[in-house]
Structure formats: structure tokens, C-alpha cells
Design a protein around this ligand. Sequence first.
Ligand code: SF4
Ligand code: SF4
Length: 472
Amino acid sequence: MTTDDNLEQEKNIQNDDSVRKSRRTFLKLGVAGAGIAAAAVSGVKIVKKMEGTPLDHFPLAINDDYKPIDQRNQINVFGKSKVLNDKHPERNRAFNEQLKKENPQGFKEFNFYKDNKTFMSGPYRDTPGFSQLELALAHGGFSSARQQLGGGGMEGPKHPNSVSHWRQDMLVENKYQFASPQEANLAIKSAARTFGALRCGITKRDKRWDYNPMYNSHTDQVLTWEKDFPFEPKTVIVIMVDMDYHAMAAAPSWLVDATTGNAYANAIKIAGQLNVFLQRLGYHAIASMNDVGINAPYAIAAGLGEGARNGQVITPEHGPRVRISKIYTDFDFVEYDKPRDFGVASFCKNCKRCADSCPSQAITHGDPSWGPDYSSDPDYTWHASHVILKFHNDAKKCNKFWIDNDGSCANCIAACPYNKPDFWHHRLVDAGNVISPGPVHSFMREMDILFGYGKVSDPDRVKKFWKLGKEV
Ligand code: SF4
Ligand code: SF4
């Protein structure tokens, strides 16, 4: 975004009440701002700090009795399988009882399987961002990911016509020997960069983050690591790609689906290419999207970002505006990256902009916990883990909003102060955040509102998006 764009944005929003309030708070926080400016001149040291402090342990507390998650309890997998829905009518029943309790007047029966089938099918609407133009772009955005997944879906492991198949038919006998683990780390990341990765991190395979058993909701097949997986994985290479800032800023709209689908396509493509790269070096490998294991903890373990209130991984450069894929391999002569702390967890405690912007109230305003407050009802909390100290959200409510809205939402990405284009004042404030957290957190949050960032359901954003073609 250019300086002119920012000035125009500021002019457009100057009459907004929330912005006026924010400006007052911003001025009150002027002392903190001066502190940031003074601190920011220390240059390299601060840049290093913004990249995060390496940790020797996984940053979130985990109970010793942690059990891997059964993929049948993953919300998207459950939503796509008639077999699972027929087997667990109590899950749909408990959800509907809760919806009725919360909104007796507006209650409409919801079924995870039947309603998920209607997703992104139209009709077009008068609401900005939901015309034929945006829906066509959304389908275009997803088309490449669908082709690469062979109709198997993001969550379906071992689909034979997909780049995330489990065949090892590119494997060569000779095992390439790297001179050192550091050289191997750099070579893999150089390959990832060549194929288009925004970031790449390498971590040990951790059975806690792998689904067990795995489940393909398209074939209703249960898969085990022991009998079905083609090798014993030792390492997971995590890939990040970004999504378009301007499409995300138009959340919630079909523009979000366009950039999401496009990012999935890029992420799968890169994982597939690295899979072949590893096999041609003589090592077993498979490419994985949302199947096989959970992306977020692997990305955190690989030092690519921190877990946040909105349930996503926040990166220093793009905030939560990223998609993740991964490669499992038995190659292990490699230097592993470390998780990093760059201040997100403490920032999230006070910020809550994602929770304020969530139309389905799926995101908690509370503190990190060992599980959702409604854990007393297992029929309602079948998808929730209760063994990690983190922000626990209700993915079922999010899923229902997507179906009701007939398009994915992403307000929690658009509203997040870490999501923004690369611009000097963001870097300045980000620097302050890591140097002296606390009052500076409020400064960063208010400055964001002042500059017009993080506003959701803004029709002007859709208009602006369709003018960006002049830049190409
Ligand atoms: S995508 Fe939308 S509905 Fe879902 S958690 Fe984020 S803000 Fe809430
Ligand atoms: S909006 Fe605020 S609370 Fe939510 S994830 Fe981003 S930084 Fe954390």
C-alpha cells in the first residue's frame, strides 16, 4: 500500500465514531509512542528481537496424558462424512439444543453434513462482495487446489489422484549426503524458496500433532500409521504462503474464498514439489495439506509463528494472513528450527479484536484455558481437546456461520493488528511491542484502528479491491 493509499484511507474514515475514540486514546498514549520511537532507533538489535526469542520447548503447556486427536473428530472431516453424521446424531442434536437456547426466535435446524454440502453454491446477493463477479473469482481461486487434490479435499489423506498421495514412486536408491545438518536445513529452505514459499521451518515429527487414526471422509476409510503409512516419519518440513491483503480486508465476502483457494493451491503445489525433491535425494516423503497432522502446532514448533486467540498461527511478517502445508519425511540429518516467542501470546491477552469482530461468537474473550467452559457436555464438545493450555474456541459456530453466509469469513484475520501490509509505521509499532510490552499493546491496537486497519464488513473494501488491477 502506498502513502497516498493510507492518507486516502485515513480521510475516508475520519468521521467514524470508533476512530475518533481511538484517536483520543492514541494521543493519550503519546508517551508510549515516544518511547517506541526512541527504542526503534537501536536498529539491528530490535529487528532481531522482532524475529523472536528462540525457545527450547514447545511454547504452550501440555498435559502429560495428551492423546493424539482422532481425525473423525475434526470438524471439517465430520462435516463432510455422511457415515460419521449418521453414526453420531447426538453431535447434531446437542449443537441444535445449544443454538435454540441461545436464540429461540431465530432458531433454524442445522446439520453438519447436509448443510456443509450447500457451501458456496449461491445464490448471488445484493450485499457487496457476494455478486456473480466475486463468486466466479472464488471458484477460480479454488479450482487449482481442487485439481491438485484430485477431488480429494484438503483433509483427505492418501487420495490416489492428489499431490498428497502416499506413493513413493519417485524415490531413488542413492541417498544424497549433506556435509552438515546446517547445510541440509539451508538446502531444503532454498528449494522451498525456489518453489514459492513465503517461509519454511523444519521440526522433528511429533506424534502429538498427528491424527491417530487418520480418516478420509471422501472414502470413509480409517487409516493407521502402522499399517497404512508408507514409512516412519522423522521430520516435518512446514511451508507458509500468504494470502492477498486486499481480498482479506474485504472480509467477510467471496473475495476471501478467492485468495484462500489460491493460497491452498500454492501451498499444496510447493509441498508436492518438495516431496519429489526429497524422494529424488533418496528419502521417503509425502506432501500433506490439512490431512495427516495438525498444521498449527507444527508451524509453531518450526518457529514460523505463535498460536493466537483466533486459533491461528500469527507470523511476524504477515500476522495470521497465511496458509500452511507440510512434508513428512524420514530424512533426519538436518538442523531443526526452534519455536520462537515474539510477543503474540501476551498481546492477545488484551487485544481481543478478533473476538469482537467474530460474527458467530466462536472466539473466546476469556483467558487461555485447558478446555472450553461447556466441557461438561461431551455431546457438545466432541471436537475439543482438553489437554493444551491455549485459547479454546468453538469451531462448530464458525462452521455454521460459513454455511449461513455461504462463504468463508476470515473477520478474525482481517481484524487482527498483526495483519497488515509492510509499512514503516507498522514496523515501528511492532518494534515497540516486543521491546516494552504492556501499555504499548494498547498503543498498537489503537494505532491500527486510527489508520483504518482491521475494519470488517466494509463495502468500500470490495470496491477498492476491483480497482487494484491497475497495479498489474
Ligand atoms: S472465520 Fe469468522 S466466524 Fe470463524 S472464527 Fe473467524 S471471525 Fe469467527
Ligand atoms: S486480533 Fe488481537 S487477540 Fe486476536 S489473534 Fe490478533 S492479536 Fe490476538
